[in-house]
Design a protein around this ligand. Structure first.
Ligand SMILES: [Zn+2]
Length: 373
């Protein structure tokens, strides 16, 4: 059903390759104990609070907890295997073919069976007469602009442009925020942005991206917290690389210049609001069950707590196994942004890229993590 047309194959390949490592760093993030406790509380595993409906067995199911030999670099990294990382090229793409610029290294190219996403032109941060001025992190003084919708009980997301020219930053970020606000309709989140862009050193392997220096996120948060009550940082990168990652606690990164930036951003911010991944074919130990893939007797508390709030339970699908346990998901996987890179509406619940259940879970997560603030 999925592979009737070539573009469908491309979209499916993107689905598989896009955000493979976006939940790469589930541990080792410097958070206060209070925040960690609330995160853990939302994700503690419980029995379902309701009797689950009969499940439909899907045609394409996975052995989710067995790592395949040819899983790819991003998956290897997620599984804990060290893999080579490449610096992320930031800045505007040159308009003419460069003659003396560095070419991409072999290891940064996609595998033969992946869509080609690396443009032939290679941007550079080397200073030239026309190169814009970038703010280095140490001297960056973020000027936060909010749309006036700041509400205390909301999750406060702040979008930061990375590598954008000063002259383009605001326009680009406002366009992304407009799309995000639409996709997060009904979710207790507000978006602000930083008017002045920053330059950062980032590394990636395939679509998985991270700070070159782990302390950079702490510096960014500290600078923004001086002027805005930020809960999560969304970094929009001006890069030709196709990137999307979240640490699920403090930050999300996305290729801000990609036509699908809003979809990538919605998925990654979904991770910041407690949602797991439903699209991968492999998960390392500790990643299952999550909000999207769960067992009949074990699921995250935010999922269990949200189920009774629905008028009727959504359809249940059996989608594979993990260590001999059957794995289930609610709704068809192609219907939502956490399980499909580019969900195709209209869905039974309307145009949202999130399911009604996911919206309940995100709001539950926000109320838990904001408790007492
Ligand atoms: Zn993801």
């Amino acid at each position: 059903m999925l592979f009737k047309k070539p573009w469908v194959i491309l979209v499916w390949l993107l689905a598989i390759s896009l955000i493979i490592l976006d939940a790469v760093i589930l541990v080792g993030i410097s958070n206060s104990n209070k925040e960690v406790d609330r995160f853990d509380q939302a994700h503690s595993l419980v029995n379902p609070s309701v009797a689950l409906p009969a499940a439909t067995l899907v045609a394409q199911s996975y052995d989710y907890c067995t790592l395949k030999q040819d899983a790819g670099l991003a998956t290897d990294l997620q599984a804990g295997t060290p893999v080579p990382m490449q610096p992320v090229a930031l800045g505007p793409t040159p308009t003419a073919a460069p003659t003396e610029m560095a070419q991409p290294t072999e290891t940064s190219r996609p595998e033969a069976n992946e869509p080609v996403l690396v443009p032939t032109l290679v941007p550079t941060l080397a200073p030239t007469a026309t190169q814009p001025v970038y703010n280095e992190l140490e001297s960056w003084k973020p000027e936060v602009v909010d749309a006036g919708a700041l509400k205390k009980s909301n999750f406060h997301a702040v979008v930061v442009g990375v590598g954008y020219p000063e002259s383009e930053n605001e326009t680009k970020l406002l366009a992304i925020i407009s799309g995000l606000e639409n996709n997060f309709t009904g979710v207790n989140i507000d978006f602000a942005f930083v008017r002045n862009p920053v330059n950062l050193n980032l590394d990636h392997t395939e679509q998985a991206v991270n700070f070159s220096s782990n302390s950079d996120i702490d510096k960014i948060l500290a600078k923004i917290r001086k002027v805005h009550p930020v809960d999560g940082i969304v970094l929009a990168l001006d890069t030709p690389e196709f990137l999307g990652t979240s640490d699920t606690r403090q930050w999300a990164m996305l290729t801000g210049t990609d036509p699908n930036a809003v979809l990538i951003g919605s998925h990654e911010i979904g991770h910041l609001l407690g949602l797991g991944d439903g699209y991968e074919s492999y998960y390392p130990n500790g990643y299952l069950p999550n909000s999207e893939l769960f067992y009949s007797g074990s699921m995250p508390k935010i999922l269990s707590d949200s189920l009774p709030k629905l008028k009727t339970l959504p359809p249940l699908y059996e989608v594979g196994t993990c260590n001999g346990n059957n794995v289930y998901t609610f709704y068809e996987r192609s219907n939502n942004i956490m399980s499909d890179y580019n969900p195709q509406g209209p869905n039974p619940w309307g145009p949202s890229v999130f399911t009604p259940l996911q919206i309940l879970e995100m709001n539950d997560f926000i109320s838990i993590t904001k408790e007492g603030n």
